[in-house]
Design a protein around this ligand. Structure first.
Ligand code: TRP
Length: 328
């Protein structure tokens, strides 16, 4: 079975955009592939997080992924820093990567612009660490967002170069698996194109019903349909996108007809979306709270995940050491 690996940055809480994007495809993939997921806490060190936040951020995101349906029996989930084999491969791969090509990576250039006082070497070699995450399991597919395209290109370069230098087809070239091609895009309810943390327009899986309802009711609208069967402006189409995602098909049809005969009241539409959204998020939120309250269970799941990951990585590293010429 094809191997799939993906890393999750432990940056805050999951919102609906994440849920209908990365999270849902991870959950779907765990039934089709030999999957492993991990929380990229080493990568987060590039911004120097506080020591007291490291473990709790990892637990937060772990609880949320489990609540969304990642089943650790199907897809082991581990914390990156628990699998130290990664570092050895990171070192080897770095020997074959060149300053120039690392400096040209757009995410590096962007980060260097954002944090000019902290352009550290870890930032520069971020793609190599990511390549080590992937290649240590000799993964075939990596579910990522479009923003990871260049990092994935670097991971393939690492694989290809290693194979070429040692004349052995050892690492498969990992392929991008874009979940965004399959997922529905969640629009922002503030009139902006998408829901995102930097846009500040997120509905979080941890939001309670009152918060969700308030956010939906605040969605921007216009004066209403002016003539029968007219095309919907983007901000209104955004609401219908929500409706399509969270409500039953006949509910969508009902409001679509109301739009078409100009009898739609946005208040009713928003109330419907809010109610259906609460029904969707409610059980997830409850599971998040249950997992979050059970840190022993979270730690046990992470520990078991790390065992599987270490075994997989150690097997790769034994071969890598032999290929490079070290004692195994
Ligand atoms: N760079 C990825 C992101 O920003 C996170 C990540 C780290 C990752 N290592 C990975 C993703 C390995 C896929 C495979 O989202």
């Amino acid at each position: 079975m094809e191997k799939v690996v993906s890393g999750i940055r432990p940056t805050g809480n999951l919102h609906l955009g994440n849920y209908f994007g990365a999270v849902k495809s991870f959950v779907a993939m765990q039934d089709q592939y030999d999957c492993m997921f991990f929380i990229a806490d080493w990568h987060s060190l590039t911004t120097h997080p506080k020591p007291e936040n490291i473990i709790s951020s990892a637990r937060t995101i772990l609880a949320e992924y489990l609540a969304c349906g990642i089943d650790p029996k199907k897809a082991p989930i581990y914390v990156q820093s628990d699998v130290k084999e990664t570092l050895e491969l990171y070192l080897y791969l770095n020997m074959n990567m060149y300053m120039g090509e690392l400096e040209r990576v757009t995410t590096f250039k962007e980060k260097a612009r954002q944090q000019p006082d902290n352009v550290n070497a870890g930032l520069l070699t971020y793609p190599t660490l990511m390549a080590a995450d992937i290649l240590q399991h000799r993964a075939h597919k990596v579910p990522v967002g479009k923003d990871q395209e260049q990092n994935m290109e670097m991971a393939r370069t690492c694989a290809r170069r290693f194979n070429h230098i040692y004349g052995e087809e050892f690492f498969p070239e990992p392929q991008n698996y874009y979940f965004s091609d399959k997922a529905v895009k969640i629009p922002g309810l503030d009139g902006s194109g998408k829901m995102g943390k930097s846009e500040g327009n997120c509905i979080y899986l941890r939001d309670d019903d009152k918060t969700i309802t308030k956010k939906v009711m605040k969605a921007v609208t216009d004066a209403g349909p002016q003539s029968p069967n007219s095309e919907r402006p983007q901000i209104i189409e955004n609401l219908f996108t929500f409706l399509k995602i969270v409500s039953a098909p006949d509910t969508y049809q009902y409001f679509d007809e109301k739009w078409n005969d100009c009898t739609l009241r946005y208040g009713d539409l928003k109330k419907q979306i809010a109610a259906d959204l609460c029904a969707l998020v409610g059980p997830i939120r409850e599971r998040i709270n249950e997992y979050s309250a059970n840190t022993d269970l979270l730690d046990k799941i992470a520990r078991e995940g790390a065992e599987v990951a270490r075994e997989s990585a150690a097997a790769t590293l034994r071969e890598v050491r032999r290929i490079i010429g070290f004692r195994v």
